[in-house]
Ligand binder design. Structure first.
Ligand code: NAD
Length: 474
């Protein structure tokens, strides 16, 4: 087989190459594999928007990679790098991601080719609403059809505009809120969605670090405490990932943004860096940290865990050999090219793949979608009931033991679950179970040489079984 470390593959080709590597280890015939791999529907649109009195033509996409489950699900990205291949690659990753974490959706992704920093908020609203209207016209959005979410360059604000536009154009759809996830809480969002991807990344890496034999191979101890971490990208995913690592006792030695990188082996205080960024407009010149004007250099600095959480293909065949991290947690989608992957695997680096590690966002989006369809907040029915039960239990314990429970103990035990507790616990369970499933494949299936191949193998099996058992209509 041709060695992918010798070629320069595009993001889309990298995804396809990873798929092919795992597909040949599965038992499915070529027809089923081709159907799993292909993008089912691709929408490319251009639409006019009036910006400051002048007409601008915007290019945008929505790709539905797989209809083996409904609806399709995946974020919407606002970036100048958006093109059809990028959106196709991201949509494909969504299919595999949902399968790995047992979320019953097909993969989808959207992209609008704009530099959001160049537009006023009102203009971004116009673009988002017009894009949504185009999706409605083409039947590419709806609670049972295709459900977008935030991604690079978008947040709960854009999701709110999308929901409002869809609801206005579909006034009889009682489930209109479920047409998009990642909304503000007041608009039907779920508590815990904002931090979900970053928290999922943390749970996933923590689980990987809990196996002594795996850590021994890397020359590391188990656990997160004391591990030196570098995070690239301090947006939604990167910021929350960094925050949970810091809270768990890891040392944030390096942070990378588009204006440069900063490094301090004693550790950087995340909130102090954010405050510095707010005041100065960038992360450079943070007290007692070393500056790197070229942000890419930050990836090559000494650390135990590297978390790329910005964009794809940031580790490639030119810099892969210089990476010093022993563990790479792919928080972004596709941060390693297939060539880099080969080089890092040869070096013995543990790469925790994107299609598992950043699935926390879609997992909690699934919880949000279920909440919207059921029209009730999580915990509403059982919270008071649980608290009353715990109260009774405490009473029984106090009478039988003759000891009065302290106020602190009472407060800890008495609390019935809030929505955010249920969401975090569902997410933690998902990330732990899925990691163990992938690790089991990696350790037992012949030919599976890394966690990424294990993840693709796992996804192909789950999607393949659906096609096999349901058959194909007509
Ligand atoms: P975001 O827009 O909130 O943040 C991205 C950050 O990366 C920004 O702070 C930006 O300034 C920074 N950045 C841009 N170029 C950089 C560079 N060259 N070096 C360093 N930093 C740079 O986006 P996000 O939602 O955090 O998404 C980040 C990645 O995570 C993307 O690959 C996205 O597809 C993936 N992802 C996001 C979610 C989600 O729930 N938001 C879920 C799964 C995967």
């Amino acid at each position: 087989m041709e060695d992918p470390s010798k070629k320069n593959l595009s993001f889309f080709e990298s995804v396809q190459s990873n798929f092919d590597k795992a597909a040949k280890l599965t038992r499915f015939d070529d027809g089923i594999l081709e159907q799993i791999k292909t993008c089912d529907s691709i929408l490319k649109i251009k639409f006019p928007v009036k910006i400051a009195g002048k007409l601008e033509v915007i290019e945008a996409y929505r790709v539905q990679h797989s209809h083996h489950q409904s609806p399709c699900k995946g974020g919407i990205r606002f970036s100048m790098e958006v093109d059809q291949e990028e959106v196709m690659a991201l949509a494909a990753l969504m299919t595999y991601k949902c399968a790995i974490v047992n979320v019953p959706f097909g993969g989808g992704k959207g992209g609008v080719k704009i530099d959001s920093k160049k537009y006023a908020v009102e203009d971004l609203e116009k673009i988002t609403r017009r894009y949504t209207a185009e999706l409605c016209k083409k039947n590419f959005i709806g609670p049972g059809i295709d459900v977008p979410a935030p991604d690079y360059g978008t947040s709960s604000r854009e999701m709110s505009w999308i929901m409002d536009t869809y609801a206005s154009l579909n006034p009889n759809d009682i489930d209109a809120q479920a047409c998009v996830t990642g909304k503000p809480i007041s608009q039907g969002g779920v508590n815990g969605r904002t931090e979900a991807t970053g928290l999922g990344v943390f749970f996933g890496v923590r689980e990987a670090c809990s196996f002594k034999e795996d850590m021994d191979k890397l020359g590391l101890t188990t656990g997160i405490e004391g591990k030196r971490v570098i995070v690239q990208g301090l947006g939604n995913v990167g910021y929350h990932t960094a925050k949970y690592f810091e809270e768990a006792g890891a040392i944030l030695v390096g942070l990378i943004e588009y204006d440069g990188a900063i490094y301090n082996e004693q550790g950087l205080d995340l909130n102090a860096v954010q405050a510095h960024r707010q005041i100065t407009g960038g992360i450079l010149n943070f007290p007692e940290a070393v500056n790197y004007v070229n942000p890419a250099e930050g990836l090559e600095l000494p650390c135990d865990i590297l978390i790329p959480a910005a964009l794809e293909s940031v580790v490639h065949k030119e810099n892969a050999d210089k990476i010093q991290a022993k563990i790479i947690g792919e928080a972004a989608n596709g941060p390693l090219t297939a060539e880099a992957d080969v080089i890092l695997n040869r070096k013995g680096v543990l790469v925790i793949p994107d299609i598992y590690l950043n699935a926390g966002g879609v997992t909690v989006s699934y919880f949000e979608w279920l909440k919207n369809l059921s029209h009730v907040k999580y915990g509403r029915l059982e919270k008071r009931f649980s608290e009353n039960m715990y109260q009774e239990l405490i009473g029984i314990i106090e009478t039988t033991t003759g000891r009065k429970v302290s106020e602190l103990e009472r407060k800890t035990v008495l609390r019935g679950p809030e929505e955010v507790d249920l969401v975090h616990s569902g997410l933690e369970d998902t990330m732990i179970d899925s990691y163990n499933e992938l690790r089991e494949i990696y350790n037992t299936v012949e030919g599976v040489e890394d966690l990424r191949t294990a993840a693709f193998y796992c996804a192909i099996n789950k999607v393949g079984i659906t096609y096999e058992q349901r058959g194909i209509f007509p």
